[in-house]
Every structure is written in C-alpha cells, then in structure tokens.
Design a protein. Structure first.
Length: 375
C-alpha cells in the first residue's frame, strides 16, 4: 500500500464515521448522510485505481535476484504505549531518536491522535502552519504597498527615484501548553486498547481546544466592525479586503449561518446554498461572486448577547501557527494538585504538553464583524 492509498483509507474511515453521525439521534439528516456516502464511493473507486496502478507498476519491474534482509521484530505500538504508561514512561524514547529526551508520543500513536482530532471542529486547517525545529525565530515578508509608477521624463531630463518594496518581520517564540488528566489504576491494569483509547482521546480533544482558543484570541485582538446587513458584508469583501479577494472566506457560527439562510435575492432565491461540487460546503452569493462560508459550532465561536460574530477574509494571510512538533506525555502516581491527590485516591495523573506559537502576519487580511440582531 502506497502513501496515497493510506491517505484515502483514512479519509474513507473519517467520512464513514461522519455519515453515521448524521443518522444517529433524533435529528437525522439522510440527505447529508447520502452526500457523504457518495464521497466515500468516489474515494473507494480512487483507492481501487491506485491499487491497480501499484500492482501494474510492480509487474513492470524486471525480476532480479533480491536479497531479503532479516525481518525486524514487529512492535505492537498499542502494547508498547500501554506498557510505557503503566511504568511511568520511564523508557527514554523520542520520535527522532530512541535515546533522546523523555517519552514522546510515538509516530503511530500520533497518527491515531490526528485522526481523532478530525472528529472535532478545528480552525487549524484554515490558518497557515509551519513546523519549526527551534524555540525562537523570525520570518520576513514583503508588505503590500501602493505603487505609483514612473514619472514622465523629458529628453535629457533627470530621472527621479521610485520607492522600493517594503518588508516586515514577525518573530515567534514557542510557548508551552499543558494539562493533566486523572486515570484510575484499575484502568491502567486493564487492556492495552483501553489505556491507549482514553489517553489519545484526551490528547486529541485538548489539542484541538487549545489551538481553537489561541486562534480565536488572535482574531478577537482585531478591532470589531459593526455589521448591520448584507450591504456591510459586501463592503468588507469588495472594498476593505480587495487586496485579498482570491482567498476570502466568511467564517461564522450556527447563528450566523441561520441569519444568512434567511437572505434572498429579488426573485426570492436563497443567497446561501450548497457548493454544487462539494455538497457539504456552503457558499454565499455576493453580487457576481460566490464566497465560501465556514460554519463554526456555537460551542467554539459563541454569539455574545445579540451580536453574531462574522470573520471575513483570508486566515492563512492573517496568521501562522509555528509548531514545535513535540507533543509529550508524563505521568505520576504520587502527584497532588488542587483538590486531588493521586496517591491518596489510588489514581495516576497524566500530563500532556504541546508546544507552539500563534502569530499574526497581516492584521488587514480579515474583518472581524459583529452583526447585531434583535433578541
């Protein structure tokens, strides 16, 4: 199985779970479930095509004597992870080097965590992202500037100087984000899968919540602009953000989508509609343009009083997450925190740590709007 086949397989698993979620509970949505299953069918066909191409390419290679190396002993990642958890992660392990540093989440467990993170709404995919190997650093960007052009010069006249490009620099300093979770010692004595499931679920949820909170904090640092109606949204798109027109998206919460869903053109047609090529995504018709709309759950992006948040613009141009890529776990059976004593209650405390920095690149790349509606 090649890299693309593994990616497709992961997508099929995630999409199938998403379709299933629309068929559970009282508020079933058969249309959405079927739309997602159509995507699963397309992915399955792509997987089969990739598989045929892989077999064909192998068949085309001339047969030559092959020296088969001695097989390396297989390592059960779940068992190794659970054993390390039971014994306090005392083994010195690191994704880059087996003998370096404290215990770091193994690659395959990291993959499981990333798959779990897909089940939560994450803003991470909408901003720029860069993995770094140092704790501090800087990046230089050319700033947008209005060019005035050359001036007319007569024969033998003196040529004037033109303004050159301007640059700005942003610095990052990796920060540590951490939290702890108590686990009963009975669970630690239980199956390997149970231990791995509890810890990876916790890490995935906390990691997404941390990133969402930090991204929204940067967005909320931008001065708010009052939005009264669709005309103000159009002005933000057509005038304020004209330099970013190629990457403009509207981000709003459930309340905001409900508001947009009430808008109609002069012929009574809704302005908000599914993307014909991607039925699970929404687009808003703004004059001659169709702008993507991302729906953020109210639990992540809340309305305050009667003000509905609207983030309009290009988040990838607005900010970057610098990721130190060191997600680690430690544990203790004797630690005590406020109101909790692991030793006294016969439990184990697990502590997860992630390291990153969230930096604004260009504040002008977004408009943070607030739509005031009646209660």
């Amino acid at each position: 199985m090649n890299k693309r086949m593994r990616e497709i397989q992961s997508l099929i698993t995630a999409k199938t779970a998403e379709a299933k979620s629309f068929m559970e509970g009282e508020n079933k949505d058969i249309v959405k479930a079927n739309a997602i299953l159509d995507e699963v069918d397309a992915l399955q066909k792509e997987f089969e095509t990739e598989e045929r191409m892989l077999k064909a390419s192998k068949a085309a290679i001339p047969s030559e004597p092959v020296v088969t190396p001695a097989p390396e002993p297989e390592v059960d990642s779940i068992k190794a992870f659970a054993d390390a958890a039971r014994h306090g992660f005392k083994a010195a392990m690191n994704e880059a080097s087996p003998v370096d540093g404290g215990y770091t989440v193994p690659v395959d467990i990291s993959t499981r965590i990333n798959k779990l993170k897909e089940n939560h709404f994450s803003l991470r995919g909408y901003i720029a992202h860069e993995t770094v190997s140092t704790n501090t650093g800087s990046r230089t960007y050319q700033t947008r500037a209005q060019q005035t052009g050359f001036t007319q010069v007569g024969e033998g006249g003196k040529i004037g100087e033109v303004a050159g490009p301007k640059f700005s620099r942003i610095d990052y300093t990796i920060k540590k984000y951490a939290g702890y979770m108590p686990v009963t010692n009975e669970l630690l004595a239980d199956s390997d899968a149970a231990i791995a499931s509890v810890i990876t679920q916790w890490i995935a949820g906390e990691s997404v919540a941390t990133e969402n909170a930090q991204i929204l904090a940067k967005i909320n640092s931008v001065e708010a602009t009052a939005i009264k109606d669709l005309k103000d949204i159009k002005k933000a798109i057509n005038v304020t953000l004209s330099a970013f027109r190629g990457g403009i998206t509207i981000y709003t919460n459930d309340d905001g989508v409900q508001y947009l869903d009430t808008l109609e053109d002069k012929n009574g047609r809704p302005l908000l509609s599914p993307d014909p090529t991607k039925p699970m995504e929404l687009r808003l018709t703004v004059g001659p343009r169709s702008i993507p709309v991302v729906q953020i759950p109210n639990e992540v992006l809340a309305s305050v009083d009667t003000k509905i948040p609207f983030i309009i613009g290009d988040l990838k141009e607005f900010m970057t997450e610098f990721d130190r890529a060191q997600l680690s776990i430690m544990q203790s059976t004797t630690a005590a925190v406020t109101g909790f004593n692991a030793f006294e209650e016969d439990m184990t405390l697990f502590r997860g740590i992630m390291r990153a920095d969230f930096v604004i690149k260009d504040e002008k790349a977004i408009v943070r709007g607030e739509l005031t509606v009646s209660a």
